[in-house]
Design a protein around this ligand. Sequence first.
Ligand code: AGP
Length: 689
Amino acid sequence: MCGIVGYVGKKDSLQILFDGLTRLEYRGYDSSGIAFKNGAGIEIYKTSGKLKDLQKILPTPLPAITIGIGHTRWATHGAPSAANAHPHTVKGVSVVHNGIIENYRELRAELAAAGNVFSSQTDTEVVPQLIARYLDRGLPIDEAIRGAVAHLRGAYALGIIHEGTPDTLFAVCNDSPLVIGIGTDAQYIASDVAALLPYTKNFIHLEDRHMAVLRSSGVDLKHVESLETLPIEGKVVTNNWTPAMAEKQGYDHFMLKEIYEQPQGVMDTLREWTDDTNRLMDEMGMTGTIKDLRRLHIAACGTSYHAGLVGRYMIEKFVHMPVAVDIASEFRDMCPSISKGTVLITITQSGETADTLAAQREAKKKGARTLTICNVVGSTTTREADSVLYTRAGLEIGVVSTKAFTAQLAALSLLGIALGTRKGKLSDLEIQTLKAFLLDLPRLIRQALQTDGKVKEIARTLVGAKSMLYVGRGINYPIALEGALKMKELAYIHADGYPAGEVKHGPIALIEDGVPVVFLATIDGLHEKILSSIDEVKARGGRIIVVTDSPAAFHDKADDMIVVPSTHPALVPFVAVVPLQLLAYHVAVIKGCNVDQPRNLSKSIAVDDKCHNIVCSHSGYCRKSIACAVITPDEKKAIANRVVRLMRVSPWEQLSASSLLESSGQQLQKEVHQEQASKGLSTCFESPY
Ligand code: AGP
């Protein structure tokens, strides 16, 4: 999700565009740019990095302008760089874009074959290329824009200025938000009202397939296919929000906004591939891997790990292939043997989580092919993995992950269907059925969001809870884990998730009068078993909260019921997780917890356990050095195992690996020195070699 702004008016400082971008920076901030007319042509400034980096290259003092466009980027196609930053300009046509042009690869190939040269890797650049092509054929600018837009498939909000068309800013949108700000002697465009509130309270939310033609004197609306002029009356709305409020778009917290953005995140993640999952394998460069694919391994942390557990159910169901799932920090320390034909899938919202990164590096070193499912373009895991499958949840600001989770489930279901299709494990009917269910998910998630009121009522009664249990079976078990994690990290209530069948093997001892137990009981072949677990807990005074798609089956058992819509058994987690996110959110808000920045947590844990040797700044690697006196026993064991393997010492000697460590200090120093050198890291101890 990017932020775009545009201005046409009598005369104002470039500051107006820069301030607009600043208010939209929460949408994306990995690169940015501004273009404006300076009387002689179009002046363009673009850079990677935050807006403050753009400010450094802008002329000082900022010039007065009459027309300009700006963009702050959340990279989707082409890593963050000045070349890939917007605006993209071709032959005097300059364009900023928010959204995804699905068929950009075909259009790029066609335009390149016709001799057009591209200067970026973005999907966006096809737009000015196409407009310029129609201008070259002598068409007026609005018809050239119409011609270009007719080729586009996907989501796009566009801001366009043309060197040869004075005092005119064009805006077009389809399935991507764009507002027109109505002023007296100036008109504005922006991705949302946040950017424009200081200048006007009157807005038009541009409808799909409509084009706005803005001049300093006013705004015309046209249908982009017919160019027929459309009435403005009745379209202007007044918005009295404060700028601060606008960033959260009226929600009290970023987390709640992101929970409500899940339908869009799932849709955007599915949109590119649902038509042709086969192309997904090609795009990920995995076609060659399929035939020798023997083993799938997933490694991730926190909420992403829970997505991995759901992914295992989906992939095993669609591909009939065993999938191992590990918590990344355990994966890297267990150093599992990687056999030929293994693909390691890392799942990570940020793409920077150190344990996940280390697991990916470890597996790669051992010859596994690596695929990362990630939400941040250009992040480290995406740069190092052999293949990347992007989730399109957009910028996730809340420390607690919500919309990235359901987008990860969407990516995993796509991967499962693509692998199942290629391996011939899914019939055409199954594929079509699954795709139909997938495309219906955004609607069903919106329905699940309507439980918000009911969930809030239940939340009020949980504020005093000291501990909670979440229980689910099969594909709902990971959702029980996710619900418990949310209650822990947001409301600081100790909560655990368990498979329903496991409760009687211990956790039931925690049940006494009033202990809240959340049961995920969506109708699948397993709900009978859930009924008996409910009875066991109820008999010991537990308070039964049921999340189900079939209230009739549980109405006489549950103390509280949250009803979610039914869907395909392999896709139930998409709807079942929503009330659990809301439950933890409301309990936390009522308890006065900081929902967007919970205590002791950070959005992405990019630093590995820092070297305990205080004089050393290296993270992760160098703490293997003998000089670091305070390495942990586990680390010692892990290092010793490596030395043992290196020195081919028989297993029983492994037991005394730690003594081995002491005695083989010299060997270890050499080994660590080589490893750090191979990673271009200078060692933290003076190497004797
Ligand atoms: C989830 O709400 C937490 N923020 C945390 O568990 C997170 O999922 C974990 O740190 C993994 O982060 P990643 O997806 O960015 O790798």
